[in-house]
Design a protein. Structure first.
Length: 125
């Protein structure tokens, strides 16, 4: 049986750990909003923090929250382009040695849960 690469193994672990939580995110909404406003508004519109911000090619958090697979997308955002270039998760090696065009930032699994708790507040009821 072939072995998983360290990056893939970590991704599988993270996805499993996050999916094992209750359907509702168990993070801190306030902390998740702060993280999102600090790091994500440079590309995304995030709630009411920057209604005229973001970049045209990037979906808003509100739009992403309307997708059926929003949880999976936010749980694994650090693997989705272009995030692997500038997002650092402890234990996950960078995907490239090329320099980032924006300031890289670190995020923990708990902080991802916090962001998801915030995004939960944006999901249409």
């Amino acid at each position: 049986m072939p072995s998983l690469s360290p990056k893939l193994a970590f991704s599988v672990f993270c996805a499993g750990a996050l999916l094992a939580t209750a359907a509702r995110a168990e993070g801190n909404v306030k902390t998740g909003r702060e993280i999102s406003v600090t790091h994500c508004t440079r590309c995304h519109v995030v709630g009411d923090a920057n209604p005229n911000g973001g970049i045209n090619s990037t979906p808003s958090f509100q739009l992403l929250a309307r997708r059926d697979d929003w949880r999976e997308r936010f749980q694994t955002f650090f693997e989705r382009r272009p995030h692997p270039v500038f997002v650092r998760v402890p234990g996950v090696p960078p995907w490239t040695k090329l320099p980032s065009v924006v300031e890289p930032f670190n995020i923990t699994l708990q902080e991802i849960e916090d962001v998801m708790a915030f995004v939960e507040t944006l999901v249409p009821k």
